[in-house]
Design a protein around this ligand. Structure first.
Ligand SMILES: Cc1cc2nc3c(=O)[nH]c(=O)nc-3n(C[C@H](O)[C@H](O)[C@H](O)COP(=O)(O)OP(=O)(O)OC[C@H]3O[C@@H](n4cnc5c(N)ncnc54)[C@H](O)[C@@H]3O)c2cc1C
Ligand SMILES: Cc1cc2nc3c(=O)[nH]c(=O)nc-3n(C[C@H](O)[C@H](O)[C@H](O)COP(=O)(O)O)c2cc1C
Length: 751
């Protein structure tokens, strides 16, 4: 097979060497525009895990890399005059020039033809080869030449960074966060060989411009950075190597192959330097492509197989890289965190490292985090703190709101059961909520319970509009209080234009087949085109709705609930006022956000005035609508600010379900960033919800200060004893109720 590799970076060279090693009969040429010794950048980073994967494909290259690499275990974080070190991270730095030199040698030994000083102008000139490998980096000319086939997208990130070198040795992967008159500067520094370290400086566009760096050439950049980081450089100089200020381009492509052309490495995808994985991905691509060519006789089949195998792993890493780069774009937001928590958020920023992973890597650091967290939590809750050495995991620390103290920070998220008649909760609700309270959560939230019969989502929803319903709820509340340490919350709602619909599992949000009742909303816009057109709520009807909420709150108090949540999310009545997608009113309740929030806040104020001052209130919001023209994260901050000003104690941060044609971006913890942002920017407590299912994630969210409570819905349907299982796994003693006390001496076996 005749193969031409356009570009001789890590992807192209490693691929060429591996292919030729696999079958010496292949005719393999690499065309590289640079000279052998030219290289941009300084060092690259590999984790121990990456080296193991590379060693399987080519042990000789990893042995050679190991001889030149500089290894370290620690990550050092310098912030607000404190230095925090976490160990157990297992990385190596290697000079890019050395890596390319080793790959040149591997190519030479295998018989690959490497042509330097060969700038490929048009890849079409090489299409007569059996295979054309586009390994020409992030600015790939080949990708652009066939952009209709590859459909690339390039997301230039806002922060500015410059890649510099220094002779200062760094014993650890080192981060500096340093403020000057212009703003905050971040440094990512690591050693890659004796006397050689990479020193990347990063700042927001605003800080960078304020420092006048848009006019700075390489020399001026070095002078500026040497002066700013004189203390950190400890007398060492900075050196440049095409060190101009750049913005990181995140590259993705809808397709990675087109006829006999295939994208490899940065040409196909980039991953922000803060996850140090670009070279790893490029080399793993090379391994996968060679394997696919070995397994499939026809080139197009091999290219399709390569893409199928590699895409999920690459996209997963790109997601982690995206979260990581956003952390560095938003670092200003974290500057109020105490140094230990700041260090923890930095270490766990990409979701790849959790509290649990960190405990394995560095138990001492995690124990200090737990001790710090528990002490603060106990102090805030007014309960004695355990000795630091016996600190519980963050999820098992108490949390206080007004006079309510929760024993732990796990919450059973509200879940409609569609099992009531005439709004009356029954035995199903008793068992559903009762079991989950025994299951160990600190708080159990009852399903969306409607303030009037017309306010129900479906005829089978629970309600609180008459005393018999409060009586029925009282039975459940009493059960929870008598038989568990959990507290119980009521979620009050009005379904608005999403009322009069079928059970979720029979037709989610679909109008009833028969027996529909008239629905109301902020504006006369149906949910589905075939849904009934809601009546725009009149001023008089608004007063009735406020009165319904007040009556329901009173009944919730009579039933003995500890905590009250108002549902202002998911497109229901109050949410329909908040979102510009569903509120087109021309009176004082439509228009700008302050006016769209007016009615929801009137409801909140009236309920707050009724609900006992000692008991807390939360509001569930849809932080974003997942739809152009709807709410985005900035609006969520504004909404939370208004709620905070009106005395809301904690915001329950959900998202979406406002409109039927939303385009949500799902994933693990996909809504947590909104809770985090509100917590940091507004200074109000938050509840995180949405695809949280592991105790590792719960502990990470809490310890990093991303939220104060974690809500789990489906995980609790799956396992009512979720909290007890987490306690068991974490070695935390959660007392069983008397009738189950025998379990204190029982160890279950699952396999
Ligand atoms: C600031 C920064 C820090 C980074 N830090 C790390 C790190 O710590 N760890 C890590 O793993 N990765 C890191 N990376 C990423 C890493 O450099 C790349 O992901 C990796 O080099 C990709 O390899 P590649 O072979 O696909 O592309 P490249 O290394 O970009 O190689 C492409 C090659 O193609 C050649 N070429 C381009 N066009 C033509 C043409 N028309 N004709 C002929 N030749 C051409 C180029 O000269 C180049 O040699 C970092 C990147 C940046 C920007
Ligand atoms: C069966 C079911 C019923 C739900 N009912 C409600 C509800 O009554 N009120 C509410 O605010 N959210 C409701 N939700 C949404 C959940 O509270 C939660 O926000 C969502 O399921 C995401 O969390 P998870 O990924 O842990 O399941 C419901 C979810 C499920 C699965």
């Amino acid at each position: 097979m005749k193969v031409v590799c356009l570009g001789g970076g890590p992807a192209g060279l490693f691929f060429a060497a591996l292919l030729k090693q696999a079958d010496a009969r292949h005719d393999v040429t690499v065309l590289e525009r640079n000279r052998p010794d030219d290289t941009f950048g300084f060092g690259v980073v590999f984790s121990d895990a990456t080296e193991e994967a590379l060693a399987k494909a080519d042990p000789r290259i990893t042995e050679a890399m190991a001889k030149h690499a500089h290894r370290w275990d620690d990550i050092e974080i310098n912030y607000r005059g404190e230095q925090w070190v976490s160990t157990g991270h297992g990385f190596s730095g290697l000079s890019r020039r050395t890596l390319l030199g080793l790959l040149h040698e591997r190519c030479q030994a295998a018989g690959v033809r490497v042509c330097f000083n060969h700038d490929v102008q048009d890849p079409e000139a090489h299409r007569d080869a059996d295979l054309v490998v586009a390994a020409d980096g992030a600015n790939s000319r080949v990708r652009e030449r066939y952009r209709e086939a590859f459909r690339p997208s390039l997301d230039e990130r806002p922060n500015r960074f410059v890649w510099l070198g220094t002779t200062r040795p760094f014993p650890a992967f080192t981060f500096y966060f340093k403020s000057d008159a212009h703003g905050l500067w971040r440094v990512h520094a690591y050693q890659y060989e004796p006397g050689g370290s990479t020193f990347i400086v990063e700042a927001t566009e605003e800080t960078w411009r304020s420092a006048g760096l848009e006019r700075a050439d390489e020399a001026a950049t070095i002078t500026f950075c040497e002066s700013l980081f004189a203390e950190e450089l400890a007398g060492h100089r900075l050196v440049g190597n095409r060190s101009i200020w750049r913005r990181f381009p995140t590259v993705t492509n809808a397709r990675w192959h087109h006829k006999n052309v295939v994208l490899l490495g940065d040409a196909a995808h980039t991953a922000h330097f803060s996850v140090g994985s670009g070279t790893k991905l490029a080399m793993e691509d090379a391994i996968a492509l060679v394997a696919a060519l070995g397994e499939h006789a026809k080139v197009p089949e091999a290219l399709a197989a390569y893409e199928t195998v590699r895409r999920p792993a690459v996209e997963s890493l790109q997601r982690a890289a995206q979260v990581s780069l956003q952390w560095f774009e938003d670092t200003e937001r974290y500057m109020t965190l105490e140094p230990i928590q700041f260090a923890f958020t930095l270490l766990t920023r990409s979701l790849r490292v959790t509290h649990e992973n960190l405990k394995l890597r560095d138990p001492a650091f995690t124990a200090r985090v737990d001790g710090w967290f528990a002490e603060r939590a106990c102090q805030a809750a007014g309960v004695p703190a355990p000795p630091a050495a016996a600190a519980p995991p963050p999820m098992f620390t108490p949390f206080k709101l007004r006079e309510l103290v929760l024993a732990n920070r796990v919450v059973v998220s509200p879940m409609c059961q569609y099992s009531a008649e005439d709004g009356m909760p029954n035995d199903w609700h008793l068992v559903h909520l009762g079991t989950r309270a025994i299951g160990g959560a600190g708080l159990v939230v009852a399903e969306m319970t409607d303030v009037s019969a017309e306010a129900r989502i479906s005829p089978w929803c629970t309600g609180l509009w008459k005393p018999e319903q409060a009586e029925a709820w009282r039975r459940i509340v009493d059960f929870v209080h008598t038989n568990s340490a959990a507290r119980i919350a009521m979620q009050l709602g009005h379904a608005g234009r999403k009322a009069s619909t079928q059970r979720m599992w029979e037709g989610d949000n679909q109008p009833l087949a028969e027996g529909n009742w008239p629905v109301v909303s902020a504006s006369p816009l149906p949910y589905f085109p075939h849904s009934p057109v809601p009546r725009e709520l009149s001023a008089a009807e608004m007063r009735t709705v406020v009165a319904d909420y007040v009556r329901a709150a009173r009944l919730a108090q009579e039933a003995g609930f500890d905590f009250l949540e108002l549902h202002m999310a998911h497109g229901y009545l109050l949410a329909s006022f908040i979102s510009p997608l569903t509120n087109r009113r021309s009176d004082g309740y439509g228009g700008p956000l302050e006016q769209r929030m007016r009615f929801p806040l009137e409801v909140f104020d009236a309920v707050r005035a009724t609900w006992p001052a000692a008991k807390p209130m939360s509001v569930r919001i849809s932080a974003v609508d997942w739809k152009a023209g709807g709410h985005g994260p900035d609006d969520a901050v504004q909404v939370a600010r208004l709620l905070h000003a009106h005395g809301c104690d904690i915001v329950d941060v959900s998202a979406g379900q406002t409109v039927e044609d939303q385009q949500p971006v799902y994933g693990r913890l996909f809504q947590t960033p909104f809770a985090e942002r509100i917590r940091q920017e507004v200074g109000i407590a938050t509840m995180a919800v949405g695809n949280i299912s592991s105790y590792a994630d719960v502990n990470t969210i809490l310890a990093a200060g991303r939220a104060d409570l974690c809500l789990l819905a489906r995980a609790h349907l799956w396992d009512p004893y979720w909290t007890r299982h987490a306690a068991f796994e974490l070695g935390y003693k959660l007392p069983w109720p008397g009738p189950y006390a025998t379990l204190d001496r029982y160890r279950p076996r699952f396999i």
